[in-house]
Design a protein around this ligand. Structure first.
Ligand code: MG
Length: 349
């Protein structure tokens, strides 16, 4: 359904490595004054600054982290950059540079690599980030992508995972669970396509879900909105593995417990209807779904008025003493212990 039908294929060997690098980096522009030299020398050169430097890396492997049968290469490139930028924003910083290294088997043509880099370039230009280096090499099987993002923040602005305090409010940006359901829809269509390749899927009811899976956006705006509101989170993390597991990271590192409320979890209407259709519990999906790339943070209770009613944010609970553990209060006002992968009532599902 989503595979490339373009018959034009140029083998990578025809260009050679330097030809390939020149070819795929020609459309990248330098956006940041801190980038003195990007691609084209032995090393990139960055201007040092008074600020602190944030560095984060991800390694993505075909068949483990992505499936090219429904993930177009352009989207893969975009999403791989988003996953890294999201980590910089989760430190309350500004992302300025990335390096991208890929290994590909001879199954991939030049045109395929161009598609991948078109997505990377779109991400760079949209988020004002410079591609400053990387490597391309061959793999015996499939594709590997490693991206490193470099960002900056004032020392006083950096937010760690370990600063949450008892009574702090727990806040999430955007909504949760849509990326996971987008994956369920795409997996289902992949199975249908296997049986009947002529089937034209009707995906109109799932547009938001599929977009959240295939073209997520990192929350560059959240650190800026918080600054405008005069709010500095006490702890922050991005939601890449699901709300539950991110809460575990914050609570473990901050040595606190938490209580979150089922009725407060932000869900898009498409999430609710798709959960009914797939017979999934929307709360489990919100807690364990992953890949939403929203931000989860805690703020002092004195900031309640500043956060309350802001359309970007939902207050989902509060921090408690460590000995209280991590708990979910259900709509029926029952308290259930949170597990790193969702809550125990859903185990084995
Ligand atoms: Mg992260």
């Amino acid at each position: 359904m989503l595979e490339d039908k373009n018959p034009q294929k140029t083998s990578l060997a025809e260009l050679g490595e330097f030809g390939l690098i020149n070819h795929i980096t020609q459309y990248f522009k330098v956006e940041n004054a801190s980038t003195i030299k990007a691609v084209g020398d032995d090393a990139a050169v960055l201007e040092a600054s008074e600020k602190q430097t944030l560095v984060t890396t991800d390694l993505l492997i075909e068949g483990v982290h992505f499936d090219l049968s429904y993930m177009p290469l352009k989207h893969l490139g975009y999403k791989a950059v988003m996953a890294n930028l999201s980590d910089v924003y989760a430190m309350n910083g500004v992302a300025e540079q990335i390096t991208v290294s890929i290994a590909v088997s001879n199954r991939f043509s030049l045109e395929a690599i161009e598609e991948l880099y078109a997505g990377i370039q779109l991400a760079c230009s949209t988020y004002k980030v410079d591609l400053i280096g990387g490597d391309t090499t061959s793999s015996t099987k499939g594709m590997l992508i490693s991206i490193t993002a470099i960002g900056k923040a004032n020392k006083a602005d950096v937010v760690y995972r370990n600063g949450a305090k008892e009574t702090d409010l727990i806040v999430v940006s955007g909504d949760l669970g849509a990326a996971y359901l987008g994956l369920q829809v795409l997996e289902r269509e992949k199975q249908v396509f296997k049986v009947n390749p002529n089937n034209q899927p009707d995906l109109d009811n799932y547009t938001y879900l599929i977009e959240r899976q295939l073209k997520p956006e990192a929350r560059k705006d959240v650190p800026l909105i918080l600054k405008e509101l005069g709010v500095k989170p006490t702890a922050m993390i991005d939601i890449s593995d699901g709300l539950s597991s991110e809460l575990f990271h914050i609570c473990t590192q901050s040595k606190v417990g938490c209580k979150i409320y089922e009725e407060k979890l932000p869900l898009d209407p498409q999430v609710i209807s798709a959960c009914e259709e797939f017979e999934l519990d929307s709360t489990m999906v919100a807690l364990s779904g992953g890949e939403d790339y929203e931000l989860l943070f805690t703020v002092p209770i004195t900031d309640f008025e500043k956060i309350k009613g802001n359309p970007n944010f939902s207050i989902v609970g509060h921090i408690t003493a460590q000995n209280q553990g991590l708990n979910l209060v259900t709509r029926a006002n029952q308290e259930i212990e949170l597990k790193a992968q969702g809550w125990n009532a859903l185990k084995g599902k």
